[in-house]
Design a protein around this ligand. Structure first.
Ligand code: ZN
Length: 241
């Protein structure tokens, strides 16, 4: 069984399309989505509809929560807050209901899914150090924990008390080990690589691979500007920052 693991699509339909071409070619059985379906990007409704059609197993992100007023957008920076109100205007009833129905965590196919911090998902705190990831894994009963939120991919392995960052884009799951995988961002990568980022978890092969795919970021930028969203949100896509 192969799982396509996506996060932080942020209304970037061009990026999502390119990822799905690859995950379909790789015969993924289903799609997991770690939240932030909307926010920042120019096609939030199309992204929500695509995930619904695919029957993606999805959790709530902070931008999704803000779009359905479950989170106060006052904590967002100016560009993000503006994108939240613009996004709310674009979403129809069905899309809003979809986002409102998302839970902050989910267990599926032997994985624990959360957008941000697994032990306190609605705090929206960033989980960016191996030490913090190690603590999360200590408390976890699942072997694989999947997160997003930072927009930067990371693979952390814990065996007993030993925690290490896997310095590669592929990890072969070892007996007795637990893994925290940040799958990066489909629609707004921030690790200076502008290509869309996602992961494939092959449960039969016991591998998780972080993958990158080129997409037409210029076209997404043009749509952001055309929509009247802050141009900075388009510019950053070209640099992956
Ligand atoms: Zn995000």
């Amino acid at each position: 069984m192969r799982l396509a693991v996506l996060s932080d699509i942020h209304g970037n339909m061009n990026a999502l399309r390119s990822v799905l071409v690859e995950t379909e070619a790789a015969s993924c059985d289903f799609v997991l989505c770690l939240g932030d379906v909307v926010g920042y990007g120019p096609e939030p409704r199309e992204v929500v509809e695509t995930l619904r059609r695919l029957r993606a197993r999805c959790v709530l992100g902070n931008h999704d929560a803000a779009a359905v007023c479950r989170e106060d957008a006052g904590t967002f920076n100016a560009s993000a807050a503006m994108a939240v109100s613009w996004t709310q205007e674009q979403l129809d009833r069905r899309s809003l209901d979809y986002l409102a129905g998302l839970r902050p965590t989910r267990r599926t196919a032997g994985c624990f899914m959360a957008h941000a911090l697994p032990s306190d998902p609605l705090s929206w705190r960033y989980l960016s150090t191996p030490a913090a990831a190690g603590l999360e894994l200590e408390a976890m009963s699942e072997r694989v924990c999947l997160v997003g939120h930072t927009h930067v991919p990371m693979i952390v392995e814990r065996i007993g008390a030993r925690v290490r960052v896997v310095p590669d884009t592929i990890v072969r799951l070892r007996n007795g080990a637990r893994y925290l995988i940040n799958v990066g961002s489909v629609g707004q990568p921030r690790d200076e690589d502008p290509r869309a980022c996602y992961a494939i978890y092959d449960r039969s092969e016991r591998t998780i691979v972080i993958r990158r795919v080129e997409y037409d970021a210029e076209a997404t930028r043009a749509k952001i500007i055309e929509a009247g969203l802050p141009p900075f949100l388009g510019d950053r896509l070209l640099k992956g920052v």
